[in-house]
Write a protein that binds this ligand. Structure first.
Ligand code: TMP
Length: 375
């Protein structure tokens, strides 16, 4: 793998913690590379998966109305497909707190979720839930009990899986011959276009381009039927995949290492422009907060060297995050009530900018996507 972007020493991006528990924080060097053979962009030497996905996992997919609506719509579409093919089953990989499966019948739904605290939520809701990492063993175990599965869905999950080729082999093993595998993850094309380098954090072991997915799937006898661009998570691609050869040619942008190295210079520019803007606003307004204690913003604060001297606090709607401090830079996370104290905030959750703008119409928002600006 050829390295092209070094985002420096980074903590676990979602590792929000108590302020009296910051001495044993885990750090690693966040370096991203390009595999010239598969065209896959990945983190070189990411932390072990058990450090990231365990019983203390804090991120909830149901944390925003945007995502709740997105998953409801997805479930309704899957439900229609199942109604058209009675007896068919849906398997979700990375079911988190059940925001998607909650709209489906537990008798036809199976969940895979490696984080025990999340797995117990769907189990308590009555869904068959396997608390394991997705691989060929669990695919075989499900196949033995249920037979081939007609619909396999994964949202913001496949890009977490380091052994991605094996993960696709496991899909091929379990998917019915006429089945559909639908998965969606942040888009490399959008990250490239928007300089949204904060999409690269420990959990995102890979950032998928259409080109890389096309190559990886074809290696295991799976084929892209359609790619649907989605607005969620700052620009994602939803891949509709089956065992049948694609009926139409799949069009994609071809990445090469020179382009990526050039892009990384733009990332450095973005860092210095963001710092200049924050210092300017701080001088004029006195106080700056942030909205959204996101994993993405952890990358920005640690890469740019931003701490509570510059951003006083981060507001977040997730109750579990309130009262904690941000990973690495230890900026306090507080309830959104505190936002009345400031008139400018950095948009940590830029992927929810519309929802946040409508909730806080009087706050000026600083964002780095697609370029540094105040909105
Ligand atoms: P995500 O970008 O990883 O999905 O995380 C979004 C975070 O932003 C999550 O912790 C909830 C938080 N958030 C707010 O604090 N206010 C909001 O209005 C929205 C939409 C999200």
């Amino acid at each position: 793998m050829i390295p092209f972007l070094n985002l420096g020493r980074q903590p676990i991006a979602n590792g929000f913690r108590r302020s009296d528990d910051i001495s044993k924080e885990y750090f690693f060097d966040l370096i991203t590379g390009f595999d010239e053979k598969t065209k896959l962009v990945s983190i070189i030497n990411p932390p072990d998966k058990s450090v990231l996905f365990n019983e203390s996992y804090i991120y909830r997919s149901s944390g925003s109305s945007t995502m709740r609506a997105h998953f409801k719509k997805t479930a309704e579409d899957l439900k229609k497909k199942c109604e058209a093919h009675p007896g068919s089953k849906v398997l979700e990989i990375g079911s988190n707190d059940g925001v998607m499966v909650s709209h489906l019948d537990p008798r036809q739904t199976i969940c895979i979720e490696p984080c025990a605290n999340m797995a117990s939520i769907t189990r308590n809701m009555g869904y068959e839930t396997h608390c394991v990492f997705w691989n060929k063993d669990i695919a075989q175990a499900i196949l033995d009990v249920h037979g081939p599965i007609q619909y396999i869905y994964a949202a913001n999950c496949m890009c977490h899986i380091l052994e991605i080729q094996e993960a696709f082999e496991a899909i091929e093993l379990l998917l019915d011959k006429d089945g559909i595998f639908i998965f969606e993850d942040p888009s490399m094309e959008m990250m490239f276009q928007n300089t949204s380098y904060d999409q690269i954090y420990d959990e995102h072991a890979h950032i998928f381009s259409i080109e890389a997915i096309h190559t990886l799937l074809n290696n295991v006898g799976l084929y892209i039927q359609e790619v649907k661009p989605l607005e969620v998570h700052g620009g994602s691609n939803r891949f509709i995949v089956s065992k049948q050869k694609s009926r139409y040619p799949i069009l994609y942008h071809k990445f090469d290492i020179d382009q990526l190295k050039q892009w990384s210079l733009g990332v450095q520019r973005s860092k210095y422009q963001l710092l200049a803007t924050l210092y300017e606003v701080k001088k004029a307004a006195g106080r700056i907060a942030a909205i959204g204690a996101t994993s993405k913003s952890t990358v920005i604060y640690n890469y740019c060297g931003i701490d509570s001297n510059l951003i006083e606090f981060i507001s977040d709607t997730t109750l579990e995050k309130q009262g904690l401090v941000s990973p690495g830079k230890h900026i306090p996370v507080v309830s959104p009530d505190r936002l009345k104290e400031v008139d400018t905030a950095f948009l940590g959750a830029w992927n929810f900018s519309e929802e946040i703008k409508s909730k806080h119409p009087n706050i000026k928002l600083i964002t780095h996507v697609p370029r540094i600006r105040i909105i």
